[in-house]
Design a protein around this ligand. Structure first.
Ligand SMILES: Cc1ncc(COP(=O)(O)O)c(C=O)c1O
Length: 396
């Protein structure tokens, strides 16, 4: 809340698309716990699944049938994932995927995109989006020179820069959010991801697609299905755990069998594949069929079009894909991190405060996505668009 100049809001409870703070104020929630709550708050099927799982014990440190069912669901959705390993957070999953990429290629450098966020992995904090962009932190103290020097940063949507960097550093991997959402939502330019795919393959490097946000959200099979590009390693999280801590990374059987105990690349986690998180994830994914994705896309479109109409002719860009959206205070479309950084964050802060005053809870940062859920009904949408008409007037 610092970026928008107000004190934090403490939450008492959530239900469907709504949050209530400790003072009894209600809000239409567009943050959805930063992505996991694609069914909204306290979805009865998810709550019941967790309740039942907890009654059978909270953790065993041993495999469960639920874990296998969840893995089967993931393999069914992601064409390039034959095998996966669960972790408790997206940070662990990206860190482990890159360890595997380095082991598989025998190389050390990683190329990442400016404005992308892949969790708080030491080597990936330079020019990161999300909270670092919000706080204006270009890199974090505490990261050693050696860790930082293994990461090479290129601008998003710049095909030439990617090709040049790959040729120069011969990386183990290029890691990308296929739908960047941590500098705000900045879709790939047509052909860009395909170019990155081809350039990595030609150079013997792996393409790691971080679908922690986009996976199970922008389409049934994530951004890879939506955009028709297949990764060597896919990182997942957020929706996968249905609001409890779960994440994963996966790829071909050949690659994943390098991970211990089958292979020699070590990675483990006491609570990985936790039965409560698996139960919440399974209950969530089972509701996410083709019809659900069509409905989420329609909800996102209604929100995006309503916000565009409310913004009228002000210098505002509403950038969206199914299930994700950002309102940029910028006269021109935002194509990369430099554009995102040039947007009017003071106006965003005014807009956000005005929305909160009217019972709508958008992300408190210009550099984060709005996360529509299937719980956002007509009433929640109408309240949001009404509030936005006033809020844009106050902001600009
Ligand atoms: C694209 C992406 N990757 C990785 C992460 C890290 O996930 P976690 O917060 O579960 O560690 C995030 C978190 O927001 C993310 O947005």
């Amino acid at each position: 809340m610092k970026q928008i100049g107000r004190s934090p809001i403490f939450i008492e409870r959530g239900e469907g698309p709504y949050l209530w703070d400790v003072d009894g104020n209600a809000y239409v929630d567009w943050v959805s716990s930063w992505g996991p709550l694609i069914l909204g708050h306290a979805e009865p099927l998810v709550v019941e699944a967790v309740r039942q799982a907890a009654g059978r014990g909270t953790s065993y440190g041993a495999p469960t049938a639920g874990e296998v069912e969840l893995a089967t669901e993931v393999v069914d959705r992601f064409a390039g994932v034959e095998m996966l390993r669960m972790t408790s957070s997206g940070t662990e999953a990206t860190m482990s995927a890159l360890r595997l990429a380095r082991a598989a290629t025998g190389r050390s450098k990683i190329i990442k995109f400016a404005g992308a966020y892949h969790g708080h992995v030491d080597g990936l904090l330079a020019e990161a989006g999300s909270g670092l962009a919000t706080a204006g932190v270009p890199a974090s103290p505490g990261v050693t020179e050696a860790q930082a020097s293994d990461t090479v940063i290129v601008p998003w949507n710049d095909g030439e820069a990617v090709a040049e960097a790959i040729a120069r550093v011969q990386p183990a991997a290029v890691i990308a959010e296929p739908v960047p959402a941590n500098m705000g939502v900045v879709p790939a330019a047509p052909g860009f991801l395909e170019h990155v795919r081809d350039a990595t393959a030609d150079a013997g490097a792996l393409l790691v697609l971080d679908e922690v946000i986009s996976g199970f959200r922008v389409a049934r099979g994530g951004a890879q299905e939506l955009l028709g590009v297949e990764a060597d390693l896919t990182v997942m999280g957020k929706v996968l755990g249905g609001g409890l801590p779960a994440a994963a990374y996966g790829g071909s059987r050949e690659l994943m069998e390098r991970v211990a105990p089958a292979g020699d690349v070590y990675q483990a986690g006491t609570l990985s594949g936790n039965p409560l998180a698996v139960a919440a994830g399974l209950a969530t994914l089972r509701k996410l069929d083709g019809a659900a994705y069509l409905r989420l896309a329609a909800i996102t479109d209604t929100l995006a079009n309503g916000l565009r109409a409310a913004a009228a002719d002000r210098p505002v860009q509403v950038q969206s894909l199914p299930g994700l959206l950002t309102v940029f205070f910028s006269a021109d479309p935002v194509l990369d991190f430099a554009d995102a950084n040039a947007s009017n964050t003071a106006a965003y802060g005014r807009f956000c405060r005005a929305m909160l005053d009217r019972g709508v809870y958008p992300p408190a940062s210009q550099f984060e996505a709005w996360f529509p859920s299937l719980a956002h009904d007509d009433d929640a949408l109408a309240r949001t668009i009404d509030a936005a008409e006033q809020a844009f007037r106050e902001a600009v």
